[in-house]
Structures are given as structure tokens and as C-alpha cells.
Design a protein around this ligand. Sequence first.
Ligand SMILES: Cc1cc2nc3c(=O)[nH]c(=O)nc-3n(C[C@H](O)[C@H](O)[C@H](O)COP(=O)(O)O)c2cc1C
Length: 228
Amino acid sequence: MTIAGQDEPEFEPLKDFVRYSESEMTARSSAFLSNLKRRRTIRDYEEGAVPRPVLENCLRTASYAPSGANMQPWHFTVIEDSAVKHRIRVAAEEEEREFYETRAPAEWLKALAPLGTDADKSFLEHATLIAVFAERYGKLPDGTRVKHYYVQESVGIAVGFLIAALHHAGLATLTHTPSPMGFLTDICGRPENEKPYLLLVTGYPSSDCQVPVFGGTRRGMDEVVSWV
Ligand SMILES: Cc1cc2nc3c(=O)[nH]c(=O)nc-3n(C[C@H](O)[C@H](O)[C@H](O)COP(=O)(O)O)c2cc1C
């Protein structure tokens, strides 16, 4: 389906932009910073479902991300079924065992060491999973291919919206990237024009949840921002 497929562009007055005073903007940006500073990647979850209306709002938020030529090249599969989660855990752990035991270069393992991660992915059976797929190209109802632009960037931005929305709603997340993750295509029954992008794990942290100190460290503003 082509979304931005009109020859003659149509325009309408911008209705929804809100103009704040400078002090309001400072207060709002500061509050947003304080909230997002509390986000951490969580690897230990309480068992149980999260409210579907919350997930729906957050996924809708993700769908409002900007995208190259407005192609919206993403698909989100929410996995709540325990048998499907089990299949995903088994497949992911198989890849991860191989990764940690044979495939991972020493330098990568060294970078991961402070996070304390290993091939055990039990959280995949405790939390809710959102498999994110990137549409490499679109398809019209008659099967014609539609070119998509900046797919990686667009899906990455949508996932950023999603992580922020879930955190804002009161849910924790883990960005999980089993490598390779082709098994998600089969298990989620997705078409061949979609490529698994990542697996977002979400839910409530377990009561004894711990996080690596290292993961919370941030590079200084001087280092990551320059003003010209
Ligand atoms: C693209 C991407 C892939 C990631 N893949 C994994 C992963 O496969 N397993 C994992 O445990 N954490 C993964 N993470 C989480 C990072 O380890 C985590 O964000 C980082 O250590 C910083 O910690 P924080 O999110 O608590 O600030 C990933 C994060 C990103 C952005």
C-alpha cells in the first residue's frame, strides 16, 4: 500500500502545535529529562500480563513517529501467549549460547562483561514481548512492490517513541537483539518483505530486580554535544 502516493500535494492549516513560553518550555523539558533519566534496561520481570489499553496507546504513539517519505515501514507483533513466548525463549537461547560460546569476538564479550548478561533469557517467558519488524519494501494489494526509504532510521525512531511511551506509562523495557533473529519471522508468521528488527521486552520489574551500575553511566554533555 502506498501512503504518500498522491501526485498533487494537498495542504491544511496546522492545528495541533502548541506554543509555550520560554519558562514553560524549560520546565517541560526539565520534567521530561527527569522522567527519562529514570529509565533503565530491566532483565528481571514479574510474571504476568500488562494492561492491553496501555500497550495499545504506546504502540499508537510509536506509529506517530516520523518516517522516510511517510512510508511507516514498521510492524509490531505483541506476544502474550505463554506457548509462543516459550518458543521464542528456546530459539533465542539457542542463538545466544552459540554467540557467547563461539561466535562473539573477545572485544564484544569484554564490552558486555559489565552488564552481566549471558545466554539465559528467562525474562522472555515472564514479560510481554513486542517483536518489531522493519518492512524492507511495501506491497500493494495487487502484489506490486513499493520502495521504502530510510527504513532502519524510521523504525529506530519509532522504537525510541515506543520505549519512551512505555516508560512514561510505568512499564520497564529491555531492548533485546538476539543475533541472528530470523526465527521471529516464522514464530510470528510475518511475510518475507519484513525483517525482524528487535525484540522489545516489557513489564514490571521483579521485586528483587538489580541493574548494572555500568549501564546507568552517561557520557558527559561536553563529549556528546558540540555547539557551533
Ligand atoms: C540496539 C540495542 C540492542 C541491545 N541489545 C541488548 C541485548 O540483546 N541484550 C541485553 O541484555 N541488552 C541489550 N541492550 C540494552 C543495553 O545493554 C542497555 O541499553 C545499556 O547497557 C544501557 O543501560 P540502560 O538502558 O539501563 O541505560 C540493547 C540496547 C540497544 C539500544
